[in-house]
Write a protein that binds this ligand. Sequence first.
Ligand SMILES: [Fe+2]
Ligand SMILES: [Fe+2]
Length: 143
Amino acid sequence: MATFIWQDRYSIGDATVDDQHRQVFELAEQVLGASDRDELIHLFIRFFRHIREHFHCEEALMKRLDYPGYQAHVAAHDQMLDELIHLSSEVRGDRWNRSEITRFVNDWILVHIVEVDRLLGDFLADMAASTTPSQADLRLHSH
Ligand SMILES: [Fe+2]
Ligand SMILES: [Fe+2]
């Protein structure tokens, strides 16, 4: 089963974020292919750690850029983390079902990366177009 295949059109134009999104896709694919509860528990830990680190990075980028959609975007991230914690505890308590996991992973990948993170990518593209390359480069890479 290969549902989550990375495509270049999903790139938002920030190398760190795009690499992390690629890894989210890989982990999502593994979560959907997990065959038992032990494997799922292990994968959810990796998924959670990776996503938390990724959100941290993406939020720092938005803050640096004074991104107007910052608050709504952070609220969406917080909701995802809450949902992921909830699902993890369902798996640990053996109360999980595969369709709930599939729904979460689909909503996360399709709705968030492809639609919500896309808006940040559009903002980055607009910013790059309205500043000189050296200015845009400085803002994007000043950590
Ligand atoms: Fe993201
Ligand atoms: Fe995001």
